[in-house]
Design a protein around this ligand. Structure first.
Ligand code: SF4
Length: 357
């Protein structure tokens, strides 16, 4: 029987693209980008937007994390969990979270060296995770695996930590090797980490567990090998992923209706036929961003000016001339048009400005 995570209503859409289900970060990105039917459909078909961009559209994309970032993350995790008590146990204990009793699911079920057998290993890791949780003890699960279902499509996610409190409720934690710089810590990075936690939280709730909508973020303490622990509410992220779980099936089936029979996501025509919704987040979260931005420029879509400006303009306004635009946006529109080659005409301000001679 096919593994449940390789099945799903979108499997026929993959064509020659590899089966690459989104992890927690990808699922949360899809939740944030759910106005874009193309992105939702790629997610539900369990293909990587980077593969669609390179195979169907011939785009050059940088894939995956850099080896440097991966190595740094792995070294940070090893440092945290080495010894008894471990730095992680001590840091969590200072925040009244969990015990120093960690069950490392990756030790119980090692991952095979190649991609072959990966799905089976993840299935067994999930079973090991659920066994520890069913036991009801105080152990914190380290590197567990869970299944989250959006519509009828199942995705495996791997939360770094699942911590039980005195009342038996669970919290999900993520370990990140970047520095906790207090209020100067990157809001974008924090938001993505909170989103990953919210996806793990949904998986636990779908498995029948009671959770606390709070993220335990374990970050690096600047100029120290110790960990910094933040506990942050995930109300917004939880609402977003819950909303996505409800909305995705309808968005995907509406998008499917626009495609002729036999369409697959490795074909340029298929991708071009799907509705998109280019916006600020695309550049951070989607490998098709360069392609979608060029299309938005060609269409005169004000989205290329950024979400805030786009809200004041109608579709096609960039192609209709200055009179269609609010005056305050004129300079930004002109600068953008010149930068993208849609017009080379200098603005009056630029002509009269002696500093630009
Ligand atoms: S970059 Fe394009 S495909 Fe990706 S989410 Fe944005 S609009 Fe959708």
């Amino acid at each position: 029987m096919a593994d449940k995570s390789t099945a799903g209503p979108g499997a026929f859409l993959r064509g020659a693209l590899p089966f690459t289900p989104a992890g927690a970060a990808g699922l949360f990105a899809a939740a944030e980008l759910q106005d874009c039917a193309a992105h939702v459909l790629m997610t539900m078909a369990q293909v990587a937007p980077a593969d669609v961009a390179s195979t169907a559209l011939g785009e050059k994309v940088n894939q995956g994390q850099s080896p440097l970032a991966l190595g740094r993350g792995n070294a940070f995790e090893r440092q945290l969990t080495r010894g008894v008590p471990s730095r992680l146990g001590v840091a969590l204990g200072h925040n009244g979270l969990g015990t120093d009793l960690f069950v490392d699911v990756t030790r119980r079920v090692p991952m095979p060296p190649s991609g072959h057998g990966r799905e089976e290993a993840l299935r067994r890791r999930e079973q090991a995770t659920l066994d520890v949780l069913a036991d009801g003890g105080a152990a914190t699960v380290w590197q567990g695996a869970l299944t989250v279902t959006l519509g009828k499509v199942a995705f495996r996610v791997q939360p770094d930590l699942i911590i039980r409190d005195d009342t038996g409720r669970l919290r999900v934690g993520e370990v990140k090797s970047w520095a906790d710089n207090g209020p100067r810590t990157s809001g974008r990075a924090l938001s993505s980490a909170l989103g990953q936690v919210a996806v793990g939280d949904l998986a636990l709730r779908q498995a029948g567990h009671v959770t606390v909508p709070e993220a335990v973020l374990v970050l690096a303490r600047p100029r120290s090998s110790d960990a910094s622990v933040r506990v942050q509410a995930t109300g917004r992220e939880k609402a977003l992923i819950d909303d996505a779980a409800r909305a995705f099936p309808q968005v995907a089936s509406d998008a499917l209706r626009r495609l002729p029979p036999g369409s697959t996501l490795d074909q340029s025509d298929t991708v071009r036929a799907l509705p998109t919704a280019y916006g600020d987040l695309c550049r951070l979260r989607c490998a098709l961003a360069d392609w979608c931005r060029r299309r938005a420029v060609e269409r005169g879509d004000p989205a290329v000016l950024g979400d805030a400006a786009a809200g004041d303009l109608e579709p096609g306004a960039l192609l209709r001339g200055p009179n269609a635009r609010p005056p305050l946006l004129q300079a930004a529109v002109d600068a953008h048009l010149r930068a993208t080659g849609l017009t080379t005409a200098p603005t009056q301000a630029a002509e009269g400005d002696p500093t630009r001679a």
